[in-house]
Design a protein around this ligand. Sequence first.
Ligand SMILES: [Fe+2]
Ligand SMILES: [Fe+2]
Length: 148
Amino acid sequence: MSSGVPPYIVWKSEYSVREPTLDAQHQEIFQIINTLYGQIRSGVTDEEFYELVEKAKGFADRHFRTEERVMYDCGFPELDNHERAHRRYVEKVVALTPTKPRDSDERAYDLLSFLKQWWKNHVKRMDQKYVSYLQHLHHPVKAVGGDD
Ligand SMILES: [Fe+2]
Ligand SMILES: [Fe+2]
């Protein structure tokens, strides 16, 4: 975490899906959004910026794959709709990622603002819909993909 910069996106207990692996992934994503914000505020190089954006994309991808597997395994009926929301997010992030080299911070802030709103709303509303189905899981949740 960068020093002296207030968090841009703040985790709240109401965002919890009451499953530790998924909560940890959500919190990790919140943290990388804050890191990205802190870096842009304090003057980030293009190299650092694109590295962080790629990291955020990787986190989100692993989280979506984990969550989609969980929703499938517990028989969540709105899986298709939820998967579509994840796909739309991925497309939007690609569209909002500033082209290289960055000409200004403006587009970076547009991307950040989208990330903040999307994750807050998605975790608070859409992800909450599968919570009551988690009791049907027969095994602990394991993160899918990635090794870092
Ligand atoms: Fe989700
Ligand atoms: Fe999620």
